[in-house]
Design a protein around this ligand. Sequence first.
Ligand code: SF4
Ligand code: SF4
Length: 225
Amino acid sequence: MPADPILRHCLELLSWAGALREKGLPVGEHEAARLAGLIWPPEEAAAEALADPYLAATMLWRTLGQGFRGNPNHLRPRDQDGPRLASDLLTLLKLHLRIRRGLKGLVAWPEEGQSMAGLDGDGGWCDLCGQCCCHCGTVPTPPQGVDYPPWFYHALAGEALLHQPFCPFLFQALERPLFFCALHPIKPLACRRFDQTDCRRGRPGRGFPGRAGEAGVALPFPPHL
Ligand code: SF4
Ligand code: SF4
């Protein structure tokens, strides 16, 4: 149990929200506001973001809270890391709300959240673990004929938070900790080009190696295709 109350409350908030979403349960805004109030002065944006059905709450817990091994920039927080963790978390929560609003008119996601059953598409080898999106930023060039709001380019390049634990455009599905790209239909070219070979090179054993192109199999779309 960390001695620093800010660190303790951050970890409590992250594990609470991350575990709920891992089980496919919603995050209540009232309880989120109570826990957030232990960390920040009254901060409505934090509670609103935590209760949003698209927030990658489980990935926030894995990276910021547990020091997910895939991301060397986010080691498990130490005793002195409370203020930094609180600041990083609030930045990401506010950014999530901004992205949700910025997507309107660009990509239409259901208001109530995205069911894993709706994540069908091509390929079938990707297990939607989200690990390939745990990086410090990508080249934000959009597909031909697409233009993003100006600040999307900075957010995609990882300039909204140094160092970000994962791409802020990574969303979480409703029922299970499966992750998908908020920009899927218009994602940057660099993400579109990322394929099964790149996935395996990054960490052998990820995905469903034998299932690419398997006839008749309807599986979630690979976030990078
Ligand atoms: S696929 Fe989407 S979520 Fe992943 S890095 Fe690219 S833009 Fe971000
Ligand atoms: S492409 Fe690979 S690393 Fe990325 S989400 Fe799919 S299985 Fe995970």
